[in-house]
Design a protein around this ligand. Structure first.
Ligand code: NAP
Length: 324
């Protein structure tokens, strides 16, 4: 059954970067029966609590955007927490969604599921074709288990669970804590602080040579709502029993970290020098998703990188600059 605007939709992780954008987009699109629980109200790693929640609420559709996420340092230093918590959260939510009779479910994964030396751009079928990047292996393995769980439930139980793989996101509600943040919000904060302190230079981790792809969270949310709301036949084609139910969500283009840092400094208004610290790890040389499957369905990203950074910096100034 396709998704009606009155259908009850549970967005797990509705206060996070991805989840909050999905709630904004669902609301704008007229979906009016949304359910959410803050982490403090519902611990998704607690199987009994998740079961009770689903038995009580019985959502018709689910978007699973709750996860323990972090940048390279957090992933590399807390692998046990990343694998345990993510496996627990996704196992509980996917299983209880199925038990409670949910129809469509979107499971948010990430581009780190693809092999470290994956051919670029990365197509969905490259999953499990080579070794993973070691720094976020625990997180990636948990996400791959989530994809396999969606596919297994589709195959064994006829569920309609779809795993969506967004590229690096940024936008309102991002994490600007330099100990745990991703590269783009970290650059925004560092450039802002350098400008405020009148610094002569800004140090960027690594050589500046790797290339990465960035998608504004509202664009990612638009793609998720587009997929969730597809007519039956088109949605069913994505969750066929004989094919991995995975679809990439990306911007379709990448940028070098050196150019990205320059763009952030320009938007923020920091006019000092950029210095690269090659003693810090670069990670994979290039990471760009192949978005051909999504494009073939008729969806493309709309918010360009400069416009997105302007919007993100505005929000940073409103929400975080007091702590900077
Ligand atoms: N950020 C990116 O660049 C990016 C890129 C690709 C894919 N994704 C995917 O998008 C999803 C969400 O990421 P995000 O960036 O939006 O992360 P986020 O901003 O940290 O949001 C995650 C949300 O999940 C909640 N949560 C985490 N663990 C929970 C638990 N055990 N029980 C209940 N709630 C819990 C968090 O609540 P608390 O904060 O209160 O713990 C938070 O509201 C993840 O699956 C991630 O893989 C993100």
């Amino acid at each position: 059954m396709s998704v009606s605007q009155g259908a009850k939709i549970y967005v797990a992780g509705h206060r996070g970067l991805a989840g909050s954008a999905i709630v904004r987009r669902l609301t704008d699109a007229g979906y009016r029966n949304l359910v959410g629980r803050a982490h403090a109200e519902l611990e998704l790693a607690d199987a009994a609590a998740v079961r009770a929640f689903f038995e009580d609420e019985r959502p018709e559709h689910v978007v699973l955007a709750a996860a323990k996420v972090g940048g390279i340092v957090a992933n590399d230093t807390l692998p046990a927490e990343f694998i345990r918590e993510n496996l627990a959260v996704q196992t509980n939510v996917i299983h209880e969604a199925w038990r409670a009779g949910a129809q469509r479910l979107l499971f948010l994964g990430s581009s780190c599921i693809y092999p470290r030396d994956c051919p670029q751009p990365m197509k969905e079928e490259y999953l499990l074709t080579g070794p993973l990047e070691p720094t976020n292996r625990a997180y990636a393995v948990a996400k791959i288990a989530g994809i396999e769980m969606c596919w297994s439930y589709n195959r064994q139980y006829g569920a309609q669970f779809l795993a969506v793989m967004p590229t690096n996101l940024y936008g309102p509600g991002d994490n600007y804590d330099l100990r745990t943040s991703h590269v783009l919000p970290a650059l925004i904060r560092k450039a802002h602080e350098a400008k405020e302190n009148g610094a002569a230079e800004l140090v960027v981790w690594g050589s500046g040579k790797p290339r990465r792809e960035f998608l504004y969270s509202d664009d990612m949310a638009a793609a998720c709502v587009f997929l969730l709301g597809l007519p039956d036949e088109r949605y069913a084609a994505l969750v066929r029993k004989d094919a991995l139910p995975v679809i990439n969500i990306g911007a379709g283009e990448d940028i070098g970290i050196r150019e990205l840092a320059g763009l952030v400094c320009e938007v923020v208004g920091f006019r000092g020098r950029l210095v690269f610290d090659p003693s810090k790890p670069d990670g994979t040389p290039r990471k760009l998703l192949d978005t051909g499957r999504l494009a073939a369905l008729g969806w493309r990203a709309k918010i360009g990188l400069r416009e997105g950074i302007v919007r993100a910096y505005d929000e940073f100034l409103r929400e975080h600059s007091g702590q900077a």
